[in-house]
Design a protein around this ligand. Structure first.
Ligand code: NAP
Length: 337
């Protein structure tokens, strides 16, 4: 059964909301119970045994995915880290060893070393950083040669098939290349990470300052990194995740709703700077280099252009996962502060 809802801030609950974008570009937020169009997880059995998280030793997302695999308990868990990184990360290696996680070392430029590191691995989850997305070509080649079954590329952002910006060229090339290989794949579109996007957007949650591109009323999805990790682990037991794009989310929000939650939990009225989308886009068009500001404004404009939702055809729900809601995120942030 499906209901179309008018959502206000107090309605924002994760898990039962997905953002759907129809071909006519009409955006709706639907709450659903057993929606027939969603690819629900039908079995808990995974055909995979050994998983390896590339960049999982201390990466922003990778560490959450490793922790979730460990918590799940059904998998042999490995981490791939560059040999050159290991000396600085002795504490992390010890921590993971104590819970049975093996850290294997290889440089992304060393094909034979990568193949050796990936032997016996069923699934590679790549979480390499934004600046080194292209290193995955060598990882994919090695995975194929080593007999890996599935490769989850380092996407974990917006649906870049709809966003022409050159910022995402490497990600596009990787997913195109992956589709030409014998490897199975699952590509995750999570849109903005709930627990990092406001800092990236240069909101000051302590001083009570926010910056919003556009009028702040566009709907978009956010996914907490802990939920991204849960979705990745759950996907391995979902037959529908084979050679699929997975659009997953903790919640659907607008900037104004996030602002309202920040004000509620901080007890402060925020000072908000609104930036005109047209002016931001004109500045982006005139910029030639991928400066931090260029990437930041490109990423933040996605929501203001109405492109921060998940296509109905790729939206996936895991109703058994209890997601972290924006309300919970802000409550915990201000309780710690
Ligand atoms: N949706 C969002 O809001 C959002 C936000 C940020 C990022 N993302 C995306 O999520 C994915 C993971 O990003 P992240 O921020 O978690 O990554 P990250 O922390 O910047 O990097 C992850 C790991 O990549 C490895 N790496 C491999 N080659 C490297 C090199 N040459 N230089 C530096 N590190 C290298 C490092 O592991 P070792 O040192 O152990 O080898 C590093 O810890 C990316 O695709 C990124 O675009 C999405």
């Amino acid at each position: 059964m499906t209901f179309v809802l008018e959502v206000n801030t107090s309605d924002i609950k994760g898990g039962c909301f997905l953002a759907l974008q129809t071909s006519s570009n009409l955006q709706k937020v639907l709450a659903f119970q057993n929606p027939p169009h969603l690819h629900q997880n039908q079995t808990k059995m995974s055909q995979f045994k050994t998983v390896l998280v590339a960049g999982g030793l201390s990466g922003g997302l990778g560490k959450f995915i490793v922790e979730e695999f460990v918590a799940n308990g059904d998998y042999n868990v490995k981490i791939l880290s560059r040999s050159s990184s290991l000396t600085e990360k002795a504490a992390e290696i010890e921590k993971y060893k104590s819970v049975g996680v093996e850290v294997v070392a290889a440089e992304y430029t060393d094909h034979a070393g990568l193949v050796k590191a990936l032997k016996g691995v069923d699934v590679v989850v790549s979480t390499v950083g934004t600046a080194v997305i292209e290193t995955q070509i060598s990882l994919i080649k090695a995975a194929e040669e080593a007999g890996v079954k599935r490769f989850i590329p380092s996407e974990f952002g917006s649906d870049i098939s709809k966003i022409p910006s050159p910022v995402f060229n490497h990600k596009r090339q990787i997913s195109e290349y992956l589709r030409t290989t014998t490897l199975e794949y699952t590509i995750f579109y999570t849109n903005y990470w709930l627990d990092t996007i406001l800092f990236f957007a240069e909101w000051d949650l302590t001083a009570g300052k926010a910056i919003i591109i556009g009028d702040g009323n566009d709907r978009f999805t956010v996914t907490h990194r802990k939920d991204v990790a849960k979705f990745v682990v759950a996907s391995l037991s979902n037959p529908k995740s084979r050679n699929a794009v997975h659009g997953t989310a903790s919640a659907v929000v607008t900037w104004r709703e996030l602002l309202s939650l920040a004000e509620k939990h901080s007890g402060k009225k925020f000072d908000v700077t609104y930036k005109d989308l047209g002016s931001v886009q004109a500045e982006l068009a005139a910029t030639k280099d991928f400066t931090h500001e260029y990437v930041r404004d490109t990423v933040l404009s996605i929501a203001a252009q109405g492109l921060g939702l998940v296509e109905e055809s790729v939206a996936v729900d895991y109703p058994e996962i209890k997601v972290i809601t924006p309300d919970q995120f802000f409550r915990e942030f201000y309780n710690k502060a």
